[in-house]
Structure formats: C-alpha cells, structure tokens
Design a protein around this ligand. Structure first.
Ligand SMILES: [Zn+2]
Length: 167
C-alpha cells in the first residue's frame, strides 16, 4: 500500500467552489463503495473503504486525554489503524471514526515516525467530509468492538500517547 492510494483528492486551498467540489467528490467516493442502502455503521464503512483500498482498517478504542485529539490514524505495512476516544458517547465515537476515515480517504493521516501538529484547514476539511458522509449514508452509531491487542497495536498505542502528550 502506498500513501498515494488516495481516493478523495482535495482541491487546492483557495480553489473556486472548493466546498462544493469536496462535496461532489465525497458523494462519488461513496457511490463507488460497496455499501448497503441503510444501517451503515462505522465498522461497515471502514471495511468498505478498506476493500476499496485493498488493505485493512482496524478501529481501536483508546483512552485519550480530554484536551488532546479525539482520534488518530496510523498506517503501517499491514494497513491503517484508527484510534478513537473511549471516554465519550457512542454517537461521538462514530463521528470521530468517520473523521479519521476521511483522513484515510484523503491520505492526510499522521505518521508514527513523524507526528505533525494538527493542520487547522485540513481538520476543517475532514469535518466537512465526515458530516457529508454521515448524512449521505444515514450513519448509525453503535458500540465498536476493538480487536484483541497485538504487539503492533500496543506499539502504536504508545506512539499515540506520546503524540497526544505533545498536542
Ligand atoms: Zn483530524
């Protein structure tokens, strides 16, 4: 898997009709995903995106500091790992997961080796994409079961705690 396997290309900052373009491209991406007509939950959406990208996406609950990020996405050889805040409601978790999946779709996720500070413009774009997706698929929030911990997940969780501390 390469970082340029981006399915949703963001228009340049300052482009005309930028939000409308993002909306149109998000709609197109959703049409290309193999999604059921109703009852789409965060795991269903994640696996449809994973299939499209030919990779794996794991959704992992993690206790994040209240003042830090609500989620984070890492990529490694085996695929994407999306961490989301455990200390909140299922509805908020669903929103955080979709926001992170927007990072996956646009290829704008953190690197474990070089975590970068949040980019405000990018975060706004992700919020826009997340709300479009949630609305178009009629997203249903439900408790997400995390996978069993593996050495990789534990290592990424430690990296995430470091990242959240520098937030
Ligand atoms: Zn974000």
């Amino acid at each position: 898997m390469r970082v340029d396997d981006t399915v949703l290309v963001l228009p340049p900052v300052g482009a005309r009709w930028r939000r409308a373009t993002i909306r149109r491209r998000t709609r197109k991406v959703l049409r290309d995903l193999d999604l059921p007509a109703s009852g789409v939950t965060p795991p269903i959406l994640a696996s449809a995106i994973a299939e499209k990208l030919g990779t794996a996406i794991e959704l992992v609950e993690h206790a994040l500091p209240a003042r830090g990020p609500s989620g984070a996405t890492f990529v490694d050889d085996s695929g994407y790992v999306v961490f989301f805040q455990s200390q909140t409601s299922v509805t908020h978790q669903a929103h955080h997961i979709i926001h992170e999946l927007a990072h996956v779709l646009t290829g704008t996720f953190a690197s474990v080796a070089q975590p970068t500070p949040p980019d405000v413009d990018c975060e706004e774009d992700m919020e826009l994409i997340a709300s479009i997706i949630a609305c178009l698929v009629g997203l249903r929030a439900e408790r997400v079961r995390s996978p069993e911990p593996t050495p990789t997940l534990t290592r990424l969780a430690v990296a995430l705690d470091d990242y959240a501390e520098r937030w």
